[in-house]
Design a binder for this molecule. Structure first.
Ligand SMILES: NC(=O)c1ccc[n+]([C@@H]2O[C@H](COP(=O)([O-])OP(=O)(O)OC[C@H]3O[C@@H](n4cnc5c(N)ncnc54)[C@H](O)[C@@H]3O)[C@@H](O)[C@H]2O)c1
Length: 247
């Protein structure tokens, strides 16, 4: 049987890059997509210059037509696609009373609307083919309101958890499993850019395991949830936060 194929959004850097590498290392054919199409293509080229197992695509998740075009490009290249990882994000931190409504909408548009469009576009395809896996990257912020991020980011991530449940219920009977991962703060470029070092050290002290999360571990968790044997995880929100938030 040919390898399964996955499309990853926001795959050019951070957790997205870790996801790309983990799926590829696990033997998947990987479509690396990002609003920064050049960076996505560079990463795909680096993984497999022949293009046989890695494909770089420009995809702005705010645009349904671009999602459909990316889906069609993957189908044209590999004949099928079995999984989608909704990872693309804009991360903003600002006190809640200072967030301009337009900034709120801009964050929600990428994070929540982008995930909604991805689940719809690929959900239709997966439902028609009778098989598929969707892994949504949520966040601890969507469960506890956020530690280092703003209300727009946190609310969008809470919405992703809810969308995961809605799509899981709708698509489950058609052989499609929809799951989410809710990581706490990761050792990633975004966290180091967003949180000054002293504040970051203080944040780590509040985490029971006294360390930031490992993007490679989160990425391997996504590979696990996208597996052929993962049907029963449908609807799950998989926590990985060092014990910051337990439920
Ligand atoms: N970094 C963390 O500590 C952390 C913690 C919890 C959850 N997460 C989640 O992990 C995921 C990745 O986070 P990260 O920190 O690696 O982010 P990042 O900011 O480092 O990377 C995000 C990627 O998304 C791309 N992107 C932005 N807007 C886009 C759009 N409109 N369309 C397509 N791509 C777009 C960017 O170009 C970038 O490559 C996100 O869903 C985030 O919420 C991260």
């Amino acid at each position: 049987m040919a390898a399964d194929s996955v499309l990853i959004t926001g795959g050019a850097r951070g957790l997205g890059e870790a996801l790309v590498r983990a799926f590829h290392a696990a033997g998947w054919r990987v479509a690396v997509s990002d609003i920064d199409g050049e960076a996505a293509q560079a990463l795909a080229q680096g993984l497999d210059p022949s293009g046989e197992t890695a494909l770089g695509l420009a995809l702005d998740v705010r645009q349904a037509a671009q999602f459909e075009a990316a889906r069609d490009a993957v189908l044209a290249r590999w004949g099928s696609v079995e999984a989608l990882v909704n990872n693309a994000v804009v991360t903003r931190a600002r006190p809640v009373l200072e967030i301009d409504p337009d900034e709120f909408s801009a964050v929600v548009e990428v994070n929540l609307r982008g995930t909604f469009i991805g689940c719809q576009v690929f959900g239709r395809l997966f439902k028609a083919s009778g098989y598929g896996r969707i892994v949504n990257i949520a966040s601890l912020a969507g469960q506890n309101g956020g530690t280092a991020t703003g209300a727009h980011y946190a609310a969008s991530k809470g919405g992703i958890i809810t969308l995961t449940k809605v799509f899981a219920r709708d698509l489950g009977p058609a052989g499609v499993a929809v799951t989410a991962i809710a990581p706490g703060p990761l050792d990633s470029p975004a966290v180091h850019e967003l949180v000054p070092p002293a504040q970051l050290a203080a944040l780590v002290e509040t985490i029971p395991v006294r360390q930031l999360g490992d993007t490679a571990f989160i990425a391997r968790t996504a590979v696990h949830l996208a597996g052929r044997d993962a049907a029963f995880a449908n609807g799950a929100v998989w926590d990985a936060n060092g014990g910051l938030f337990m439920r």
